[in-house]
Design a binder for this molecule. Structure first.
Ligand code: GLY
Ligand code: MN
Ligand code: MN
Length: 430
């Protein structure tokens, strides 16, 4: 693994917390992600399964975690099944986890090879009443490709139709939303690496540089700090910034335009999510700066409003009310626009600010958790208002990551330059 070793206590504690939520005599199973095929014999690099990582720290393909907290045999209460290393695998794919190594990463004492899975799992199923299986229940996930967990669910239900089946996902979502101190340290590391990438890019950006060269500066900084991109980065000059999921990053940066950078590092699978919008020639025009300051005011007020007990919908509506006023001041909306009756989910500002205000962040960039649950201490969320004006060839988004605490919100990106003057000074080498 690329990141520094993590104290296995994090994963031991996570398994203990999950174990306490399981029904009695339950068996719970979490599978690794598939290595996804591309063309011919090609495949994508493995994307670690966030739930498996959360519970074990293991990122190796085909791994299976089985938890049976009430199993008669103590050594069967936590078992991690792994591919058996061999000379052949070593030659073609390189190092695979050995038993001692997997145990030291995860804190799981019983490590077995996958060849033993069927027999041991059958023994555990004969003792169990309840089976808790995993599923990807993100509300916005595309459901086209069957996951390894889904195939396991289908196979398990066919072999053991009379057990009582439960969803593991809601339990894992509740746990994963609240970040523990060691998780926060990893997130803060991802945020610091992201900051270093942004500071490297500021003096680099100038007219005629290509968006992809800016992307290259980020990945250079992230890779040398043992991180990766948390998501396909958005490096969008001028009107490209109005394409919310722009990832082509292949156009020259034009003198006089803004450049929107939505780029985050992933360190040890914990993700940062930053957006900054900067002037390509190092100086905002009056109009660009007015739009920029409007977005910044809404971001600051929305960070202050991210308090325990707030529901995302109410938080978003507060931001939308502020945004309506900002857009009026910018001449983009009129008093008549604001006076017209409207559905509360379709305020006038949605013409220029058409996406959500923020999302939970963690082992997934759009992290798991109910979008309707009130904010709790320990959640990390993004705050990301924007104004997009295709007719003026400009889009501004500013995005920070925020920890919600009982004493109020903590801006985890407070050190990352955001004031227009500071950005201009750093771009001009001042
Ligand atoms: N970078 C994805 C997002 O901001 O949600
Ligand atoms: Mn983002
Ligand atoms: Mn985001």
């Amino acid at each position: 693994m690329r990141h520094a070793p993590i104290d296995s206590k994090l994963f031991v504690d996570n398994r203990r917390r999950l174990g306490e939520m399981l029904p009695p005599t339950a068996v719970a199973v979490v599978n690794a992600n598939d290595v996804l095929p591309t063309n011919a014999d090609g495949s994508l690099p493995l994307h670690a399964n966030a739930d498996l990582f959360y519970l074990t720290g293991v990122e190796q393909e085909e791994s299976i975690l089985v938890l049976a907290p009430n199993a008669a045999e103590e050594k069967h209460r936590e078992i991690l099944f792994l591919r058996e290393p061999s000379e052949l695998l070593k030659t073609w794919e390189g190092h695979k986890l050995g038993k001692d190594e997997a145990s030291s990463i995860s804190g799981v004492k019983t490590i077995k090879w996958l060849g033993d899975f069927r027999t041991v799992f059958h023994q555990l199923m004969c003792e169990a009443e309840h089976v808790c299986l995993n599923s990807n229940e993100h509300a916005r996930s595309s459901r086209e490709v069957e996951t390894r967990d889904e195939r396991f669910v289908a196979d398990c239900r066919r072999r053991y139709p009379l057990h009582s089946y439960h969803r593991l996902a809601p339990l894992l979502h509740r746990l994963r939303l609240v970040k523990s101190p060691p998780e926060l340290e990893l997130l803060e590391r991802a945020i610091k690496i992201t900051e270093d990438g942004f500071r490297r890019v500021l003096p680099f950006v100038r007219p005629d540089v290509n968006e992809c060269e800016v992307e290259a500066e980020f990945i250079h900084e992230f890779t040398r700090q043992r991180a990766k991109f948390a998501y396909a980065p958005i490096v969008a000059g001028g009107a490209n910034a109005c394409v919310l999921h722009y990832i082509a990053n292949d156009q020259p940066c034009r003198d006089g335009d803004l450049l929107l950078l939505d780029v985050g590092a992933s360190y040890a699978n914990y993700n940062a999510d930053l957006t900054r919008t900067i002037p390509i020639n190092g100086r905002f025009t009056k109009r660009q700066r007015d739009v920029y300051e409007a977005v910044l005011r809404v971001m600051r007020a929305s960070i202050a409003g991210a308090v325990v007990g707030k529901i995302n919908r109410d938080w978003r509506r507060e931001a939308q009310a502020m945004m309506n006023d900002e857009l009026l001041r910018l001449g983009l909306l009129t008093d008549e626009d604001l006076a017209k009756p409207h559905d509360p989910d379709e305020p006038p500002c949605r013409k220029y600010f058409m996406h959500g205000l923020g999302h939970p962040l963690g082992l997934d960039v759009h992290d798991v958790g109910s979008p309707h649950a009130p904010f709790e201490a320990g959640w990390v969320i993004t705050v990301e208002p924007g104004i997009y004006i295709p007719d003026e060839g400009l889009g501004v988004r500013i995005e920070n990551d925020v920890l919600i605490t009982a004493d109020g919100p903590v801006d985890l990106m407070a050190n990352i330059p955001v004031e227009a003057e500071e950005i201009e000074a750093l771009m001009q080498g001042r």
